[in-house]
Design a binder for this molecule. Structure first.
Ligand SMILES: NC(=O)c1ccc[n+]([C@@H]2O[C@H](COP(=O)([O-])OP(=O)(O)OC[C@H]3O[C@@H](n4cnc5c(N)ncnc54)[C@H](O)[C@@H]3O)[C@@H](O)[C@H]2O)c1
Ligand SMILES: [Zn+2]
Ligand SMILES: [Zn+2]
Length: 383
């Protein structure tokens, strides 16, 4: 466990390291330097275990090794680097913050267009930092990377001040952690990317942390009907208890039957919206097939790198469909995180229902195994 030496000096921290694809994460004691200018040091309070972490562990995505993994976390600010107080007056010692895996720089063309989620130079985007930016080291002094600049599978981290977004301190830690990825991704995909509105029909494919968050947003805005699709009956039961109006058990080997069943449930020729929240070519294609002429399919799930999906171009064009990609729920974290936390505290987004289990950092590999099996909604490491 982390230990702070007097006077804001070096600290030790424990981190779960990605050492090689298809190998368990390795827990290691590490040395953490104090924050430099425009950085803050934080003590992690909770971290969700997201399928994007699993994509890294399973070797679906090429990523550097010797990196503290984890990108869905909440933390408490321990110390402010130079200049933070002036530039971010709302960030104080003791603030509860949700960490952003894309911390928009505010200056590049996408940021200037108001599309911070597409920022070209977000803080820590390379997972491995330039030598002058390294704050985390092995006890022998060799540098350690920090996944997406936040490495939430670590008891303490130094992060860019932009990546630490204060939220209402009453937000429960596990809920705050999930806001850092799954919730903002799913809620934002429905509200910001797809612009789902009251009375519109929606099909949500895949009911992990991301898909269930999209479902809660669909319920929040009054979409109807809300049809959920998954291969696991337990996911369908949970989704129904959260407000889905129809549930379809997907047979991956029989897409035609799945399509027919989803449509029959609603007596419609197709949905206004479909959201793919898994990351499989077959279900991306299913999303396009599920929408009505003029409807919108939004892809949220991420495949292994290089996977392509097929579109029947003739029909797609003739039927005037739309296909969108949604990165981080098309959200600016500094706006979206506090908004979601306040919706939760107002009782409008029951995000605590996404937490299947909380566990210590030592058990993070078991949580990844459970995710691989599709068992449960979200597991959250609490520190
Ligand atoms: N776009 C973004 O910004 C962004 C952000 C976070 C995560 N993601 C991606 O979103 C995806 C979902 O993440 P998650 O953490 O919710 O994953 P998860 O593993 O918790 O959930 C996936 C769900 O899909 C279901 N499923 C699997 N195969 C299926 C099939 N053939 N048909 C129907 N259902 C099926 C599983 O039972 C599970 O409920 C991942 O690919 C992740 O990398 C994208
Ligand atoms: Zn994630
Ligand atoms: Zn930018």
């Amino acid at each position: 466990m982390g230990r702070v030496n007097g006077g804001g000096g070096k600290t030790t921290t424990e981190g779960a390291l990605f050492v090689a694809p298809r190998r368990p994460l390795v827990l290691e004691e590490l040395a953490l330097e104090p924050p430099a200018a425009n950085e803050v040091s934080v003590r992690m309070v909770a971290s969700g275990v997201c399928h994007s972490d699993l994509h890294v562990v399973d070797g679906d995505w090429e990523r550097p090794t010797s990196v503290v993994l984890g990108h869905e976390g909440a933390a408490v600010v321990e110390a402010l680097g130079e200049g933070v107080e002036e530039r971010f007056p709302e960030l104080r010692r003791g603030s509860l913050v949700v960490l952003a895996w894309t911390a928009p720089c505010g200056r590049c063309p996408p940021c200037l267009r108001g599309e911070g989620w597409l920022c070209i130079q977000p803080a820590g985007s390379n997972h491995r930092l330039a030598p002058e930016q390294v704050r985390l080291r092995r006890l022998d002094g060799s540098p350690i990377g920090v996944y997406s600049g936040i490495g939430t599978f670590g008891t303490r981290q130094v992060v860019a001040a932009e990546a630490a977004v204060p939220v209402d301190p009453r937000t429960p830690p596990a809920v705050a952690a999930l806001i850092g990825c799954a919730v903002t991704t799913g809620v934002g995909a429905a509200l910001n990317t797809a612009r789902l509105r009251a009375g519109q029909s929606v099909a949500i494919i895949g009911l992990g942390g991301v898909g269930l968050s999209a479902l809660l947003a669909a319920v929040l805005v009054g979409a109807h009907p809300i049809v959920v699709l998954d291969t696991r009956p337990a996911k369908l039961e949970l989704a129904t208890s959260l407000g889905a109006t129809h549930a379809v058990l997907v047979d991956p080997l029989d897409v035609e039957r799945t399509l027919a069943e989803a449509r029959r449930e609603t007596a419609m020729a197709g949905f206004d919206h479909a959201l793919e929240c898994i990351g499989l070519a077959a279900t991306c294609e299913l999303a396009v097939d599920l929408v009505r002429p003029g409807g919108t399919a939004t892809l949220v799930g991420m495949t292994p790198q290089g996977v392509r999906a097929q579109v029947d171009v003739y029909r797609f064009v003739e039927e005037g469909k739309q296909l969108l990609g949604s990165n981080y729920g098309s959200s600016v974290p500094a706006l979206m995180f506090p908004k979601i936390a306040s919706l939760h505290l107002a009782g409008r987004l029951p995000l605590e229902r996404l937490v299947t289990e909380t566990l210590p950092l030592e058990d993070v590999n078991e949580a990844l195994d459970a995710l691989r099996r599709g068992d449960g909604a979200r597991r959250v490491v609490v520190f």
